[in-house]
Design a protein around this ligand. Sequence first.
Ligand SMILES: [Zn+2]
Length: 54
Amino acid sequence: MPDKPSTFRGNKSTLPSKPCTVCGRPMTWRRRWAKTWEDVKYCSDACRRAKGAA
Ligand SMILES: [Zn+2]
């Protein structure tokens, strides 16, 4: 019966995330996206291609 902490302080796992515009799966921030996070729309090249094909 662990006490669920209601305070949220300095958790290092608070990386931003957003859903892939194609498959909807949540994408968690990655270092490689550090400079392009705003523009990242697809979780993978497959989704990027799927979007382009559709
Ligand atoms: Zn995707």
